[in-house]
Design a protein around this ligand. Structure first.
Ligand code: COA
Length: 191
């Protein structure tokens, strides 16, 4: 399912039957370097079978679905994203993970900007929120470049049963409201 396109990216749902999607997700989720700032110092230690079963269980709607970003010109998959259905208060959260070889080219900023547009184009999203680890300079910069503003901080503690293989995550809270997003896009259009 095509979800959206940007200048360089084609964003679609992850497919349980697509071996390349499973390989990309396995690489990202098991990579300690990618996962440590999310609180998993040894990665998720997941398996292809678990990923396939997770993808088979996901609903066929763009929210809450593991989405994949491909480079439109070569078809290479650069990483994955996630847009969560907003809570009752209208706050939606997101995730992006790019394979190391595709980082540093502005692709994450392009991907997140388009996710913001997608989320705010759904009328029930009032605020989009990110909670980057305080040490995750790349994620913080990405969120700031997309117009999110630091509004607070906190510490995420994993549930008791997960504590033996996770670390608490000291994070900032970044937010963009619908009004701020509308103003940002209007200013970009006028520039
Ligand atoms: C966070 C992540 C998606 C950013 O990807 P990326 O390809 O580096 O992002 P971009 O190229 O779009 O750059 C975003 C900004 O961050 C800056 N940046 C990237 N890495 C940085 C670093 N290590 N330190 C400081 N700034 C950094 C870039 O210079 C750019 O800012 P600029 O446009 O002002 O130059 C990527 O690093 C990643 O997948 N990390 C692991 C998973 C993760 O932490 N995800 C975040 C959860 S939301």
């Amino acid at each position: 399912m095509l979800i959206f396109k940007t200048k360089r990216l084609t964003v679609r749902n992850a497919v349980a039957e697509n071996k390349k999607d499973i390989a990309v997700l396995l690489q990202l989720w098991n990579d300690a370097e990618t996962m440590k700032l999310a609180g998993f110092p040894e990665g998720l230690k997941t398996t292809p079978e678990k990923i396939v079963s997770q993808l088979r269980r996901q609903d066929d709607v763009p929210f809450n679905m593991t989405i994949m970003a491909d480079l439109s010109d070569t078809g290479e998959t650069i990483g994955h994203g996630l847009m969560r259905t907003p809570e009752k208060n209208g706050v939606a959260v997101f995730d992006i993970k790019l394979l190391p070889q595709f980082r540093g080219r502005g692709l994450a900023v392009e991907f997140l900007s388009a996710m913001l547009d997608y989320m705010f184009n759904n009328s029930y999203v009032k605020i989009v929120e990110g909670t980057p680890n305080k040490e995750n300079a790349a994620s913080i910069k990405m969120q700031e470049r997309c117009g999110l503003l630091r509004t607070g901080e906190g510490v995420y503690e994993f549930p008791e049963k997960m504590r033996s293989y996770t670390n608490p995550v000291a994070h900032y809270i970044y937010r963009i409201t619908r009004k701020q997003w509308e103003q940002l896009r209007a200013a970009q259009k006028a520039a």
